[in-house]
Write a protein that binds this ligand. Structure first.
Ligand code: ATP
Ligand code: MG
Length: 275
């Protein structure tokens, strides 16, 4: 009941108009939601990301996989405005994303959930989610009452409504990841970036996470670009997979096609954490 009301409330937000079914814009002539154009990041002599170009269509779930150090997190951080590309551009719905100002990137409609929760542990679950609601796209300045309502709806969406008044420190890792997701959703993103949000979870928790990520796309219409090592989840959820290796795109395609790719097997799958 709570969850249904929360879904309706979140849909009344800026996500409401979005297309729910995956589209084919990545292959066709429509402007894709996300365009990464030759983005490159060098840290001194380390070529973390090298000339990476790809597109994500509105409503797609696209996974990014690859060995440790392949540049996956750096790629997400550049899209989120947390790292400035050495060269190249990121566009959201055709508009340039300004890389140096993370809160402006969030206002443009991009939210990121990192592997390590960035919650304020001395605050309550609801207070944390409220911070997420206050820095979302299209909201302008929300009154505290509206921000708290949006935060409460997001917590209900991820199943944490009962924990709203608890301190964050009382949540386990799985619940903290869901809180991070609620914070991101409270901001009403068009594009959600997820960085290894299933790492360290048990099978039951992974299954619950797969279900929630799917409903974020199917019910809220949010497009998802998702870095993940848990290949069973990638196969279940992603429509397309981009494989990074040494900062470059090694392969791109459906999960099944990519997993049969000999270079992907050599470079990555032999070492993947198959859950
Ligand atoms: N702030 C930084 N300063 C210097 N080097 C960095 C920085 N961030 C990342 N790197 C380097 O860039 C490369 C890519 O790192 P990145 O964290 O993007 O890899 P990843 O694919 O996310 O790896 P993992 O699977 O272990 O999370 C690595 O060689 C890493 O050491
Ligand atoms: Mg990483």
């Amino acid at each position: 009941m709570w969850a249904q009301q929360a879904r309706r409330a979140l849909l009344r937000g800026p996500s409401a108009h979005r297309q729910v079914a995956p589209d084919q814009s990545a292959a066709g002539g429509i402007v894709p939601l996300l365009q990464a154009e030759a983005i490159t990041k060098h840290f001194g002599n380390v070529f973390a990301v090298e000339d990476v170009t790809f597109r994500v269509g509105d409503g797609e779930i696209v996974a990014v996989v690859g060995p440790n150090g392949a540049g996956k997190s750096t790629l997400l951080k550049m899209i989120a405005g947390l790292e400035r590309p050495t060269s190249g551009q990121v566009r959201l719905a055709g508009r340039l994303v300004h890389a140096r100002v993370p809160h402006q990137v969030r206002r443009q409609g991009i939210s990121i959930v990192m592997q390590t929760p960035l919650t304020f542990t001395s605050m309550t679950v609801l207070d944390n989610a409220t911070l997420g609601a206050m820095f979302g796209p299209g909201h302008g300045v929300l009154t505290e009452r509206r921000a708290r309502q949006r935060a409460a709806d997001s917590l209900a969406f991820v199943g944490l409504a009962q924990r709203a008044d608890d301190p964050v420190a009382s949540l386990n890792l799985h619940q903290q990841r869901f809180l991070e997701l609620a914070k991101a959703l409270a901001g009403g993103p068009r594009l959600l970036l997820l960085d290894e949000v299933m790492a360290g979870l048990n099978e039951t928790e992974i299954a619950a996470s797969v279900q929630i990520v799917r409903s974020v796309r199917d019910e809220l219409g949010v497009t998802i670009l998702w870095v993940e090592h848990v290949m069973s989840a990638v196969i279940e959820l992603a429509e397309r997979v981009i494989v990074l290796n040494f900062g470059k795109v090694l392969a791109e395609g459906t999960p099944k096609a990519v997993m049969r790719h000999p270079e992907v097997i050599d470079a990555y799958l032999g070492k993947a954490h198959i859950a």
